[in-house]
Write a protein that binds this ligand. Structure first.
Ligand SMILES: [Zn+2]
Length: 296
């Protein structure tokens, strides 16, 4: 299913495909939760359909294989241990040089292209520079700045974004209250909200928000740590909520600009460390953060 806010981009790419003008290297850029993968996957199914070129019929052999995720001419690459290795990229070139099982196109999607190692990026260049016909590579990334210029210059870039009004009606249709203060922080990531709802996490997140907005949040080390250990996604949510809280305090003059900057800095450096440092002592880092947030 293509999200409503991506329909225009999708139709544009389908039209290019129907005119045999779709670039062999597509780079889809967008925030987490914008729906880049849904778009890429639908395009892949459209490219592989045996009945209607560029509009998956849903009934042919290829469409059925895609629905059961077993189409031999479709390959999905995701990071292994946070990186995409040169071996994974070599598997893509091998996949592209062999002939298609269904005499049509072959499609590869690379999720989190930022995770390509340097040698993997270099290996990928060859595939992008010497395209075989009927081979399509789609790279998904959040931020083009994290990709080598050599890759960027060889791809057709599509920046995907969320239309807030369309996102709001989608979120409402899930039964999530768009006026809830915590939901506002995630309106630009509708698919993320949908995923949380599917995983029945909405109540936990709502409780986390309520807890954070109460005074004495800084003493809830144990409770927060339990949550973070249970699901590391809650760290990102916590950081977003706290950043929102600091902004509110700044705007209502309960926090001066100097303390606002110091606290924001502490929060960001906590988030960065969590992303970058392997084997981080989370309990200790959280303890230090909560101290800074209460005393600064
Ligand atoms: Zn079909």
């Amino acid at each position: 299913m293509i999200p409503t806010w991506l329909q225009i981009d999708y139709q544009r790419l389908v039209a290019l495909g129907a005119n045999k003008q779709l670039h062999h290297g597509l780079l889809l850029l967008g925030n987490q939760g914008v729906g880049s993968f849904d778009l890429a996957q639908q395009l892949a199914f459209d490219l592989l359909c045996l009945t209607n070129p560029m509009q998956a019929c849903g009934h042919c052999k290829a469409c059925l294989l895609n629905q059961s995720q077993t189409h031999p001419d479709y390959l999905l690459i995701t990071p292994e241990k946070d990186t995409i290795s040169v071996e994974q990229v070599r598997a893509i070139s091998d996949f592209f040089v062999t002939s298609a099982s269904y005499q049509g196109n072959k499609v590869v999607i690379i999720k989190n292209a930022e995770s390509l190692t340097l040698s993997a990026s270099n290996a990928l260049l060859k595939t992008l520079e010497e395209p075989n016909s009927n081979r399509y590579l789609m790279l998904l990334a959040q931020n083009s700045a994290a990709l080598p210029a050599t890759i960027l210059s060889r791809c057709f870039k599509v920046q995907l974004s969320v239309d807030l009004e369309l996102a709001k009606s989608f979120i409402s249709s899930l039964g999530i209250d768009i006026n809830a203060p915590w939901v506002r922080a995630f309106l630009h990531r509708p698919q993320t909200l949908a995923l949380w709802q599917q995983q029945e996490q909405i109540n936990v997140i709502e409780d986390l928000y309520t807890m954070m907005m109460q005074s004495g949040m800084q003493t809830r080390h144990k409770q927060l740590l339990e949550l973070f250990n249970q699901n590391p996604d809650y760290i990102d949510i916590f950081v977003q909520f706290y950043a929102q809280k600091l902004q509110t305090e700044l705007l209502s003059n309960t926090l001066d600009i100097k303390r606002y900057q110091e606290k924001s800095q502490a929060l960001l450096s906590f988030a960065d460390k969590f992303k970058e440092v392997k084997g981080l002592n989370l309990s200790l880092q959280l303890n230090q953060l909560l101290k800074k947030l209460s005393y600064l």
